[in-house]
Design a protein around this ligand. Sequence first.
Ligand code: SF4
Length: 806
Amino acid sequence: MTRVAPTRQVATFCPLCVSRCGATATLRDGAFVALGPDPAHPTGRALCVKGKAAPELVNHPERLLHPLARTNPKGAADPGWRRIGWDEALDTVATRLRALARDHGPESVVFGSASPSTSAMSDAVDWVMRLKRAFGSPNLCVSMELCGWGRYLASIYTYGDSVPGVYMPDLDRAGAILFWGYNPSIARLVHATSTVAALERGARLVVVDPRRAGLASKAHHWLRVRPGTDAALALALTHVMIERGWYDEHFVRRWTNAPLLVREDTGRFLRGSETASEIGSQIGSEVGEDPDHLVAWDEADGAPVGYDPTRGRYAADEDRLALFGARRVRTTDGPVICRPAFDLVAEQCRAMEPSVAEAITTVPAADIEATARTLWEARPLAFYTWSGLEQQSGTTQIIRAVNQLYALSGCLDAPGGNVAFPAVPTNPIGGAALLSRAQRAKALGVEHRPLGPARFEFVTGEDFFTAAIEGRPYRARGFVNFGSNLVMAHGDSARGRDALRALDFVVHADMFMSPTAEQADIVLPVTSAFEATALRVGFEVSEDAQSLVQLREPLAPARGEARSDLQIIFDLAVRLGLGEHFFDGDVEAAFRHQLEPSGVSLEQLRAEPAGVRVPLVTRHRKYAEPVDGIPRGFATPTRKVELYSEVLLEHGYPPLAEFSEPGVSPRSRPDLADRFPLILSCAKSLWFCESQNRNMASLRKGAPDPQVELNPRTAAARGIATGDWVRIATPHGDVRARAKLRSTLDPQVVFGQHGWWQACDELGLPGYPPFGPGSANLNLVLRQEPSDPVSGSSPLRASVCEVSRL
Ligand code: SF4
């Protein structure tokens, strides 16, 4: 009689990307054999192909199973890997890192992590930050400038917080949904399933994307923007909304800095202390001589009125504040023309009428008008952005322009808008107090981009590579890397390789060998997420999701000698003498500490693999709540949403959102246009997380070859048919890919893919050299410059190329 293997279903979640989909694992005879969706979980309506392939990932024959030490010099064709034990590996790492800190300062060691949005590093990235800080280094390289600056940091200069990011789109209540440079079907599946549900109940969807991908085919408005010109489109939409009166005037007056007067002569806000004394007395006793008090214009009185940013109060009713018009104000410097910030916004946008924007963006003016109407009439409006806006030479201005557009809707933190959902209380674990201010000030890149990622302890790939190769501003000498495939992720891959080779010491923790791991001195084997324990407090996308605390327990025993990233961090901390900050290496004790304020115990979580809910109540429009009698406002210098940013102005950047042509385009570089007439962008594949997974047969079957998408007319003009191998040539070299024809693409635009290097032996499909002839590594022929002046974001999504048959 055939024995039926006993099966067991275990509630869990997939952490392979930011969606963190709720899932049910099937264990047969104790072996992890399948992962499926768990519709009862707030993120579990569906799983993607990568999540479903989890057992294949766990059992893959190419997994790294033992610590390895290099025996041949860097640059040798064969690194001469020697198997070593964990004690030798950790002792070597700790000894080398301590020596670097002693001889060159802890800042000479850069820490790295794969993106927590496209890998399982969300399990451990906060602990990497803590380790870095406890070690004394201000430098963490998580490629923030490629995928997270816009969502998490750039909007701080508008809202004082991450919008979107901390403020998530309330898709369950939204009337209009705006996805800009964001394809949730690939990037965050839970947003895709929620959007489909929203469409079924009648929500309107606007997608801005050069490709008609994912939900763009279901959108009421799909705006096919020319890559990199998104700011022009946002300004044009804003212009239409201002012209038609389609903006929330109440919100704009009270909660943005739109009414504040800007001096025409300096571009700065007019201060109360700058007004002539008789005027100063008119603008309210609260204003007086305080140099921080600002000034608006009271239309009813025809006079200036003071604004105290520390109290968030005007000395007159906000309804009386002028939003438009120039005023001649008597100041201590004589008469000065001043205008409300909103008047300057309107003027800036007026220069980008839809017909002008059409010539720049290729989006028809009529579509811009119609979209603006939808955004207004179907509100509440919720929005999200992603990598399409990140890898641009003008990322910060693009984000500012989209932020400004969104602010006018008045939907921030309103039901159906972008809402800061509450969080289950926990003890913070990032260790912010462990790094001194003096060390923080040494972050690489802070001297030439003081408002950029370095301000928040994130080093860009380019600044890291410069410090490693050129020793500017000081030499980076060590790298502690948790899974980041930097060489493949960043433009100019050969420079990335050379930078890693120039370092004194590199330790790399990963599941598989990679072009980045190959540059290491020590390689540490990491478990897959499904062999590791991880604690997840909140799933971000809604109040319901935020209320869930879940402990993901191993579904399979660790293979070989692999350890989880988390355990490696804790073990390394102990060897470095930092055990006091890492619970003496006890990960479980760390979880208990983290959970303490939540009232949830590890025992409860173990008993409830599907997670424990902590009731939360969402409060809306928190900016209006009084705190000690003063409205909370926003965490900006003016305590308002900053349509006009004096912070940016003071650092030499435009204070108003503006458009500039992408740094490398047929228009900005006419000298290249003859040889490279096409606009080259790139997009992620559904089948792979960035540069991972191409060695997995079930995934590679779906996308066997590197691909470049062209309009059929573009292809025909070059004698290219679908499936042909082609050469993608840029000013920096060429790589290969197979042509795929896509009639919805602009004929001038082509889309490649990054991340191709791995072979898939099971299918007999080849790998491609990351460098040199025969490469399919798109980033090999792209560059990190010209980058965004604020953030250092690289222009990987808007460049130039020519495509020809091989
Ligand atoms: S979208 Fe796919 S890879 Fe990402 S968490 Fe969900 S199942 Fe995992």
